[in-house]
Design a protein around this ligand. Structure first.
Ligand SMILES: Nc1nc2c(ncn2[C@@H]2O[C@H](COP(=O)(O)OP(=O)(O)O)[C@@H](O)[C@H]2O)c(=O)[nH]1
Ligand SMILES: [Mg+2]
Length: 137
């Protein structure tokens, strides 16, 4: 069991639907810690850097439009195996395949509007936390 930090976003669809409290409550009930939290609307350059691994995907433009389309909530979440723990709490990328009981499984139907982001590895977490919370983690 490793203590880890991960970047979690409540994406603009989650904020617009009033699901910030729901997501925060699930993180806290799991026993993970919210170390930092900020509401902001992303600049396109930050969004493009955040999703750099998807630059060549056909949905990249749509993804950047969506993530910059309204305020989101960015968090640093920490705890035992926080990266995998949050991925389980979030559910599969495609909400139709996400297990009921997970955030995406309970609240979403569209892959492009799946409520939350969570880092997928220690390397991604380090890079993404540096982008959202420079100099802090
Ligand atoms: N519109 C659209 N969005 C997608 C598609 N695949 C992935 N995405 C979005 O891009 C985000 C990043 O993709 P990925 O890193 O693979 O999934 P995640 O790590 O589970 O968020 C996902 O959360 C989706 O919102 C797709 O085929 N179409
Ligand atoms: Mg990802």
């Amino acid at each position: 069991m490793a203590a880890q930090q991960t970047l979690i976003l409540v994406k603009p669809d989650g904020v617009a639907r009033g699901l910030v409290g729901e997501v925060l409550a699930r993180i806290e009930r799991k026993g993970l810690r919210i170390e930092a939290l900020e509401m902001r609307t992303l600049e396109r350059t930050v969004a493009e850097e955040h999703y750099a691994e998807h630059t060549d995907k056909p949905f990249f433009g749509e993804l950047v439009d969506f993530i910059t389309g309204g305020p989101l909530v960015a968090m640093c979440v920490s705890g035992d195996d926080a990266i995998a723990g949050m991925r389980t709490l979030m559910g599969a990328t495609n909400p139709i395949e996400a297990t009921p009981g997970s955030i995406r499984g309970d609240f979403a139907t569209l892959i492009g509007e799946n409520i939350v982001h969570g880092s997928d590895s220690p390397e991604s977490a380090h890079r993404e936390l540096g982008l959202f919370f420079p100099g802090r983690f």
